[in-house]
Write a protein of this length. Structure first.
Length: 124
């Protein structure tokens, strides 16, 4: 899959996405997942100790950044394009959450392999 850069449509960033991905299914599942996440957060806050929304949102933001950095193989410019934010904003958030790199947090191996280039694994 190629992603067009917003500022320069001539520049394209290639990211390997498996060919069998059904985008309409992904959108539907994403909506359902977000709905479930919100419902579970609210339910938890109604029946047990409260988790402040700011902490919850910060956790989500940090995890989203970490997973995007895995997909982009640590390339912050590519990650910022995927996230739809400026590279400088991403860099500020990386500093805010003290994200050091793939070695400093648990790597979601399935996600990592999903977005890696098939040829790279065939060479090893």
């Amino acid at each position: 899959m190629s992603i067009l850069k917003k500022n320069d449509p001539e520049k394209i960033i290639d990211i390997h996405i498996p060919e069998n991905v059904d985008i309409s299914r992904v959108k539907k599942e994403m909506y359902e997942s977000i709905t479930n996440l919100i419902n579970n957060y609210l339910l938890k806050n109604c029946v047990s100790e409260r988790l402040p929304m700011k902490l919850f949102m910060n956790y989500l933001e940090e995890e989203l950044i970490k997973k995007t950095l895995i997909i982009s193989k640590g390339n912050q410019k590519v990650a910022s394009i995927i996230l739809g934010i400026k590279a400088s904003t991403l860099n500020e958030k990386i500093r805010k959450y003290d994200i050091k790199g793939p070695g400093s947090y648990k790597i979601d191996i399935e996600l990592f392999h999903l977005f890696q280039n098939k040829e790279r694994f065939e060479q090893e």
